[in-house]
Design a protein around this ligand. Structure first.
Ligand code: HEC
Length: 207
């Protein structure tokens, strides 16, 4: 049976006031709550600790290896890691596999029309190989390797490229000191914007 007009209006009013009352309750903390809120200053979170930061702070200055961690490995250990965790995609002896072409050879090919891009032929600095592998490989489990394991596989790839001997101890010093074949194969970017000087006040207006 339909409600008379006046009853409909009453029902609507009751509904609205329930809504707005609910709104007021939510917006206004009780006295007890308010004093608790007043005691806390606005803040955006906690100060980050050095320990928190350390897990993120993994960049390496590839030119001289600054930031490379301690640790070391042999080529033989690196070969074992490679075979267990890399060969499925990169193939035996890094000669190319299901997911990627060769990571060996091509040295000197950058001055020809048939460049073969491998860590051996292209990377100007060996620490870049460590940095890349630590950050990004194995493809499906990045950052799952220990630093020793990353030294090992990096050394193994460099060894396959004929750049270090089979009995090398692979560590920060070896990678920093190694002169890669393509070190001088890059040209300096001479566009004007790469020379911009940091400026905080009275800065020249760029046109
Ligand atoms: C699931 C497949 C897969 C696995 C496992 C894997 N990779 Fe890779 N890897 C790739 C792919 C795909 C690329 C190319 C990525 C890109 O170009 O963004 C690559 C790229 C690389 C490169 C760069 C090569 C270059 O020419 O610059 C290196 C070095 C490398 N992987 C090393 C490793 C090592 C070491 C392992 C084992 C710890 C590993 N990868 C495991 C798929 C894989």
């Amino acid at each position: 049976m339909p409600l008379p007009k006046s009853h409909k209006l009453l029902a609507l009013l009751a509904f609205c006031s329930a809504l707005s009352y609910g709104g007021v309750l939510a917006a206004e903390p009780s006295k007890a709550n308010r004093s608790a809120v007043d005691g806390v200053k606005p803040a955006y979170g906690q100060h980050i600790t050095e320990a928190d930061l350390a897990q993120w702070n993994i960049d390496i200055r590839t030119k001289d290896g600054a930031g490379l961690p301690s640790g070391s490995s042999t080529i033989a250990q690196g070969k074992n890691v490679y075979e267990a965790k890399c060969a499925s995609c990169h193939g035996e002896k890094a000669a190319g596999g299901a997911m990627f072409g060769t990571m060996v050879g091509g040295i000197g090919s950058f001055t020809t029309n048939t460049r073969v891009l491998t860590p051996g032929s292209m990377y100007p600095y060996a620490p870049a190989l460590f940095d890349y592998v630590r950050r990004a490989m194995p493809l499906l489990e990045p950052q799952s390797l220990s630093n020793d394991e990353v030294y090992g596989v990096s050394g193994y790839i460099l060894h396959l490229n004929g750049l270090i001997p089979a009995d090398a101890v692979v560590n920060a010093k070896l990678l920093s000191d190694l002169k890669m074949p393509n070190r001088d194969g890059f040209i300096v970017d001479d566009r004007p914007d790469v020379k911009a000087v940091r400026c905080m006040k009275n800065c020249a207006v760029l046109r």
